[in-house]
Design a protein around this ligand. Structure first.
Ligand code: SIN
Ligand code: FE2
Length: 227
């Protein structure tokens, strides 16, 4: 007998109940910054095929920074605006510079997750117009930076971790401020806004710890109100 289904009915709802995380928990990183452990887990079945679909239309690529370095993280975007970089600078663009076409539309599951996570962190009414999709292989890292290419800083950042674990660095308002090391696993969401909106953050080089669903990859979705 399958102990995970209701007697006779075989309803998958019961299984989903076992798989779903507690969604009420949140860990405070600052007055406007929270980790929401496992918050994205109920969305994963919708997120993964959507990520594959959008990568077919707007490929992951390794961008060059204005300083001439090639990023170890590969990225693509969806939504009205996409974040890009080249020798001329960082910017948001309504079109994919690789194809000249608009970025793929933001899937409904993405928008819903971002809005619900923002609300859980105290930021109601978050309507992102940009989702940066970062893909990390073992060894890839993201050095400390501020998210400040957006038009205004009134909206929070919502950051969703999928796949391999990572250590997120959450620093202060100056690059040299000591950064907290926050372990993040598949399904975790970090939200920062308000007075924490411009905190420096980054990701330590990823260890090779393959994930059951995604293999040796970490995908991060960063939702922003850019325009
Ligand atoms: C970012 O800062 O854009 C991404 C952070 C992360 O991958 O967790
Ligand atoms: Fe960032």
């Amino acid at each position: 007998m399958n102990t995970k289904t209701n007697s006779g009915a075989g309803r998958p709802a019961t299984l989903a109940l076992f798989d779903d995380p507690p969604r009420e928990g949140r860990e405070r990183l600052g007055p406007g910054a929270f980790v929401l452990p496992g918050f994205a887990l109920p969305f994963v079945d919708a997120l993964l095929p959507a990520i594959e679909g959008l990568a077919e239309r707007a490929s992951f690529r390794h961008l060059v920074t204005p300083g001439g370095f090639t990023m170890s993280v590969a990225l693509t975007n969806c939504g009205a605006l996409g974040w890009t970089s080249d020798r001329r600078g960082y910017r948001y663009s309504a079109t994919d510079p690789d194809t000249g076409k608009p970025w793929p539309a933001m899937p409904e599951s993405f928008t819903r997750l971002a809005g619900e996570a923002a609300s859980a962190a105290g930021f109601d009414g978050f309507e992102p117009d940009a989702c940066l999709v970062n893909r990390y292989a073992p060894g890839a890292r993201l050095s400390l930076h501020q998210d400040k290419d957006e038009r205004d800083y009134g909206a929070p950042i919502v950051s969703v971790s999928l796949g391999m674990p990572a250590v997120f660095l959450f620093g202060g308002h100056a690059r040299g401020d000591k950064a907290a090391r926050i372990p993040l696993v598949h399904g975790d969401v970090v939200v920062w806004g308000g007075e924490d909106r411009l905190r420096y953050h980054g990701v330590l080089p990823l260890k090779d710890e393959p994930h059951a669903l995604l293999g040796a990859i970490r995908v991060n979705l960063t939702f922003r109100k850019a325009g």
